[in-house]
Design a protein around this ligand. Structure first.
Ligand SMILES: NC(=O)c1ccc[n+]([C@@H]2O[C@H](COP(=O)([O-])OP(=O)(O)OC[C@H]3O[C@@H](n4cnc5c(N)ncnc54)[C@H](OP(=O)(O)O)[C@@H]3O)[C@@H](O)[C@H]2O)c1
Length: 505
């Protein structure tokens, strides 16, 4: 009999709806919850991707009742929802929203939360399944995890699952991330822990795997024999917003290099997984992270910078040290660039240049493979003066897509070759808009699909790359750059010394 693909449970084209369950958000009144989580819950409901038996619970300090909370949740969801607003969808959700008031050190509040969850099993048929989302300051992780453990809410049994979602930062160095992993693993079993790196929820990041492993075109040239270097950029035009305290203690390397950029590097450099499953993909990524080498001389291969006042999009931008809440003598970096190696047969000798910065000219995240020049050009030198290296650029955000840059003859001239671009834009090729990263990742948590969530060993391997950098930088002053420029001059010099240039996306 020919199998009906529509009935095949492995058919990933089919929408998957989680089992009945509850989502419990700690810190539900906070910034992340209002901007991302609540809108994502609404969007999932609107797309019919939440189970009929679903409940949303929140715990925070404010003295609110269920109705106050439902109103906050409604306005947050309405403000940032990706899909059209349908009152009836919200009304249905609102019927299963519960708010428990209390502080994280308040035993009574957690007892009440456990009782509410148990009551919802009967009244809303959630089957005892629950995911706990820690959308809280990292310093609060231990106290909340201990409370969840104390009240018996963390235990998965054969009849019910219990999962925990941990937001970055996953520690501030290798030692603290190990301590955090040990703590989380002492409360939840490793399979029930979901670490959010929201970059992995982005469509183009997942497309990187499709691009590489579903085509024949790219993989044969995806190696040291053809690739000259790789540039991974995460540029933001914004400053630090209202997050001075957090940023002062963190800096660009800990904030985004350790997680987003190293994850992008891992996906770019990894070998083909045996199958498209959480276990196999995470195994391949981990191998890359463990194979990363730092240059011997960090003085010439790593640069940290801090923005000074400048101009961006015609507006004056304040310098970092003048931002509210920032120490006027701060040495925190708002820009970090480093040259890494990946010591594998595929990549040995290929530099991976990573850079991330705030107050750069535009917001863009991309991965660029810069290919080697042709070994021989049968043209006069003047014919190819304008020809650069071929490049394949995967744009993660905005304008998600892929660009191939290669040389082409200039029309009319006898023979002049110049760079041109071939663009694939998601927005043009597909009518369906991509889900928001949090929408995708929340759904995966409820489905128990850990493919897009880094494992604890990946997090630790990433810190093992960042720790020596931080040690090297400790006590040094970051190089200044003006807001609106592409980082400090030293970063340009770092590439120029090796005969290369940063892309100007
Ligand atoms: N915001 C973002 O864009 C973003 C991005 C990536 C990762 N993250 C991570 O996500 C987490 C949450 O960030 P956030 O920006 O949403 O923080 P936030 O705006 O400061 O919100 C913190 C939440 O925790 C609650 N809370 C804090 N201390 C509490 C206590 N002792 N008892 C009870 N409730 C307490 C607050 O409740 P009350 O308001 O009632 O006090 C609030 O709901 C952090 O780990 C952060 O690093 C945030």
């Amino acid at each position: 009999m020919i199998p009906n693909p529509l009935r095949d449970p492995r058919d990933r084209r089919l929408p998957r709806v989680p089992e009945p369950c509850a989502l419990v958000v700690f810190g539900i009144t906070g910034d992340l919850s209002r901007k991302k989580l609540l809108p994502a819950v609404y969007d999932l409901a609107n797309r019919g991707l939440l189970p009929t038996n679903f409940a949303l619970l929140g715990l925070a300090r404010r003295d609110w009742g269920n109705e106050d909370f439902a109103e906050l949740a409604r306005s947050a969801a309405r403000k940032a929802a990706r899909t059209p607003w349908r009152e009836e969808v919200w009304e249905r959700l609102a019927g299963s929203v519960r708010f428990v008031q209390g502080s994280f050190d308040d035993d009574n509040a957690f007892d009440e939360l456990a009782a509410t969850l148990a009551e919802l099993e009967g009244s809303h048929g959630i089957g005892g399944n629950a995911a706990f989302y820690l959308s809280i300051p990292p310093a609060m992780f231990p106290v909340v995890l201990k409370q969840v453990q104390r009240t018996g809410m963390a235990e998965s049994t054969p009849d019910r699952w219990r999962r925990v979602v941990v937001e970055k930062p996953f520690g501030t160095d290798l030692a603290s991330s190990r301590a955090l992993n040990e703590l989380v693993d002492s409360v939840f079993s490793a399979d029930d822990v979901f670490r959010i790196d929201h970059y992995l929820g982005k469509e183009t990041v997942q497309n990187l795997m499709a691009l590489r492993f579903a085509n024949t075109l790219f993989e044969p040239i995806w190696n040291v024999h053809h690739v000259d270097s790789v540039q991974i950029t995460m540029a933001e035009d914004v400053g630090i917003g209202g997050r001075a305290q957090f940023y002062e203690e963190t800096g660009a390397a800990r904030d985004v290099l350790q997680n987003h950029l190293l994850q992008l590097l891992a996906l770019t450099a990894m070998e083909e997984p045996v199958e498209f499953s959480a276990e196999e993909i995470r195994t391949e990524k981990l191998k890359v992270l463990r194979a990363i080498s730092l240059p011997e001389d960090l003085a010439t291969s790593a640069v940290r910078g801090q923005y000074e006042q400048g101009w961006l999009a015609g507006q004056r931008a304040t310098g970092y040290r003048e931002e509210d809440g920032v120490d006027p003598h701060s040495t925190t970096e708002t820009y970090a660039a480093v040259r890494l190696g990946v010591e594998t047969r595929r990549w040995a000798g290929v530099p991976f240049y990573l850079r991330a910065g705030k107050r750069l000219p535009r917001r863009v995240t991309e991965i660029a493979l810069v290919f080697k020049r042709a070994p021989h050009l049968p043209f006069a030198d003047t014919d190819t003066e304008e020809l650069g290296n071929n490049q394949l650029v995967v744009r993660v955000q905005p304008d998600e897509g892929v660009t191939l840059k290669f040389g082409s003859k200039v029309p009319g001239s006898v023979m002049e070759v110049r760079d041109v671009s071939m663009d694939f834009l998601y927005g043009e090729q597909f009518t369906e808009a991509s889900p928001e990263a949090y929408e995708r990742l929340l759904l995966d948590v409820l489905l128990g699909d850990a493919t897009l969530f880094p494992r604890n060993a990946e997090v630790e391997a990433s810190w093992a790359v960042i720790d020596p950098l931080e040690e090297f930088w400790a006590g040094t002053r970051p190089q200044p750059y003006r807001a609106g420029e592409w980082g400090p001059r030293a970063a340009d010099e770092m590439l120029a010394a090796e005969g290369r240039r940063w892309r100007r996306p």
